[in-house]
Design a binder for this molecule. Structure first.
Ligand code: NAD
Length: 286
């Protein structure tokens, strides 16, 4: 019987979320995605108009099917949390039921259960500021969008996850090593995400034998990464200094997510798995 995956954080065909969706689809999973509300219209119309058809192609020549796209803003847990100005915002007005709780309820209503939960989203409004110059508001916003959003997703989806399921998030080595330029509390948000991965692995493991892991991915020129501003430099740095001097493909992260969600990884939980051409293992640049 095929598995069903919900992937939060897909709004185009460039990021890790899209690549993970493809690898899971290639392995036979049914794909549901959660798309940030302000990006929903463009994503859905591009899908409809065939703009992604080339990148929907799987190894066997078939096209990845997305069974349903759910609007999602993972910064809000339930309708009571949504401020008036957001409700009134033009970019939110057309969509409904996009808080985490409501999305989980909709998925339950539409499909019953899922087996795989993927968190592939992050946001830090002050990412271009030094940590020491970050405001309280900016820091808490980075943690809300990039770390707590994962706790909230797991909390609301756990009741509809089948036993032996898998939850995966994406992290970055700036959590444990100094990466100047990854500011605004984003380094702190990733440190929280990695620590939470261990605690959530314990809790979800004991409750439902669900495995919780995070992939520490190398640099990729996604939309989110381009917004940070230093991604080309990080890609060059990795190419020069990593043990494997090759481009890092989003597909390599996607395939790791598929492995981690499969029975092949049945004893792996609470882990940070590096998919970065080995850059994390270097002590100096060469
Ligand atoms: P991406 O732009 O493809 O994905 C980020 C997504 O988050 C976007 O689709 C955006 O719409 C969504 N998003 C932002 N705020 C949201 C919210 N409040 N609610 C719902 N969705 C929201 O970029 P990506 O680089 O593939 O990022 C995916 C994950 O990979 C992130 O956790 C990122 O930190 C991580 N990561 C990226 C890199 C890299 O170099 N690109 C490296 C390591 C880890």
């Amino acid at each position: 019987k095929g598995k069903r995956a919900f992937i939060a954080g897909v709004a185009d065909d460039n990021g890790y979320g899209w690549a993970i969706a493809k690898s899971l689809a290639a392995a036979g999973a049914e794909i549901l995605v959660g798309t940030w509300v302000p990006a929903l219209n463009i994503f859905e119309s591009s899908l409809r108009r065939g703009k992604f058809d080339e990148s929907r192609k799987l190894q066997d020549g078939s096209l990845m099917e997305i069974a349903k796209v759910y609007p999602l803003d993972a910064v809000y847990d339930s309708p009571e949390d949504v401020p008036e100005d957001v409700k009134a915002n033009k970019r939110y007005a057309g969509a409904t039921n996009w808080t985490v709780q409501e999305v989980a309820e909709s998925v339950k209503k539409d499909f019953g259960t899922i087996d795989i939960l993927v968190h592939s989203l992050a946001n830090g409004p002050e990412v271009s500021k030094l940590l020491s110059e970050t405001s309280r508001k900016g820091y808490l916003a980075a943690l809300s969008a990039s770390s707590y959003s994962y706790i909230s997703l797991l909390k609301h989806f756990l009741p509809i996850m089948n036993p032996d399921g898998s939850a995966i998030s994406l992290t970055y080595i700036a959590s444990e090593r100094i990466i100047p330029g990854y500011g605004g509390g984003m380094s702190s948000a990733k440190a929280a995400l990695e620590s939470d991965t261990r605690v959530l692995a314990f809790e979800a493991g004991r409750k439902k034998r669900i495995r919780v892991n995070t992939i520490s991915a190398g640099p990729l020129g996604s939309r989110a990464a381009k917004a940070i501003g230093f991604i080309d430099m990080m890609i060059d740095y990795s190419f020069t200094n990593a043990p494997l001097q090759k481009e890092l493909h989003a597909e390599e992260v996607g395939n790791t997510a598929a492995f981690l969600s499969s029975p092949l990884a049945s004893a792996i939980t609470g882990a940070v798995i590096y998919v970065d051409n080995g850059l994390n293992a270097m002590g100096v640049g060469v």
